[in-house]
Design a protein around this ligand. Sequence first.
Ligand SMILES: Cc1cc2nc3c(=O)[nH]c(=O)nc-3n(C[C@H](O)[C@H](O)[C@H](O)COP(=O)(O)OP(=O)(O)OC[C@H]3O[C@@H](n4cnc5c(N)ncnc54)[C@H](O)[C@@H]3O)c2cc1C
Length: 509
Amino acid sequence: MQIPDTPLYDVIIAGAGPVGLFLACELRLAGRSVLVLEKARHPHSPLKSLPFGLRGLSVPTIESFDRRGLLERLKAGAASRETPAGAHWMQQQRRPGGHFAGIQFFHDQIDATQWPYRLPGPIGSMAAEMASIEAVLAIRAEALGAEIRRGRGVETLRQSTDGVTVETAGETVQGRWLVGCDGGRSSVRKAAGIGFTGTDPEFTGYSVQVELADPALLEPGRHYTPTGMYTYAAPGTIAMVDFDGGAAHRRELARDHVEAVLRRVSGVDLTVTALLLATTWTDRACQATDYRAGRVLLAGDAAHIHSPLGGQGLNLGLGDAMNLGWKLAATIRGDAPAGLLDSYSTERHPVGAQILDWSRAQVGLMRPSRSSRALEAVVRDLINTRDGATYFAERVWGVSLRYDLGGSHPLVGRSAPDFELGDGTRLSALLRTGKGLLLDFGARPSLQALARRWRGRINYVASEAKERLGLIALLVRPDGVVAWAGEQAPDNEEASQAAARWFGEPNAN
Ligand SMILES: Cc1cc2nc3c(=O)[nH]c(=O)nc-3n(C[C@H](O)[C@H](O)[C@H](O)COP(=O)(O)OP(=O)(O)OC[C@H]3O[C@@H](n4cnc5c(N)ncnc54)[C@H](O)[C@@H]3O)c2cc1C
């Protein structure tokens, strides 16, 4: 029930982190009113800048930014080879593609022909600073009309059948829906009574910037030791893992503690003369039991946490936002087909569970034990083969992502290939409106008629393509996922069914 004289937003988002901001953009693109409440007064933090703010972006993330016209802005802030954090990693003769528990795979061994439905996109992989990712998204969200209020955390919430009432800094605000994008310790998740289950931490991870009396004693690069693991970028940027069961996490970090851990983990008698910046993290891996409770939804770290070692959390969260935005918008508009919103959890929960297991597998390999060193040797052998490097690239880059949507073509459920049309336009540019896309390589009257039936929700484009992978046409959801792909003279029945499944009832005339 609406409280008089209190504005009613379509969606309140808790948290102006990257996931909340990306979701705000998606909802505004679809014309929904959005209020973002952010607990912190200012977006700035030294941990969002280099060296610790560096984030590796997966292929689905890069595609999402490209499909919303944000990639160029992000590239302007992308990390260069000269960054201290990237130096030890990027300044190698072979081009590294990523890693599994610190064991690298290289571009020159990846066999992309094993991915027959991928076309080379504008770039393969990139890294960007968290501060610039958030800045790009905040500017875009506000330009689209989202309201962002900082220094206003969600404190309590109350649900009814038609909305959610939220208390923030002595004020009451109302939304038809509330999405918790408020990070790993999400107040929204707790207040909505959603369970958070998984595995306890085995280690405390440290990211520190220090001054060392004797930096030459420490060898740059990543090293496994009998007591843990550390990565050193001269002169003083260190990441290290101490298998203490997570005991030191969230404790006040003193110089002598960091020095003791560094000596223990590296096995080198170092002296830390100054502790400039420090943060800790763990390998605790937990996932929300459901991504929805009534009118409350979760996305990003609020829905899943795991060790940052695989560099996947942000990518996973942005994938949630891309999947959720258009579904929630259609639900609010009232033209969503039955079950559309539930498909958010059905599609994204298994993806999250897989990533959590991927991070656990890396912990298994990092333990300071003989069996883990033996396992490491096996993985090193495998990752150094063509099939091995391709497998790890597929998992780390997110290339293997496929939702189980049924459908007769292997492309259904996968990210749409970035087709280049006759005039040079790419598919990614055709998705910038946030609507569905029926891309017809033959200007077939039957497909034009189909598109008319969903006009307003599906854009129709007819064009030849430079390479069309044997397809005659395809239907793409607003999040870039293929809903239908046809190889022969249009099977309109299957195309219509896919349109109705994702875009609801056709227009009346
Ligand atoms: C050292 C490190 C390295 C990492 N490297 C990578 C990487 O390379 N690639 C990758 O994909 N991921 C990486 N991650 C993970 C990634 O940073 C997170 O998964 C990502 O930031 C999650 O985004 P989010 O928006 O869900 O949550 P957050 O970034 O945590 O944002 C949540 C926001 O909600 C706000 N908030 C909290 N409580 C409330 C409340 N009650 N009301 C309103 N607002 C609230 C917070 O202030 C914050 O602004 C790394 C993480 C760490 C720690």
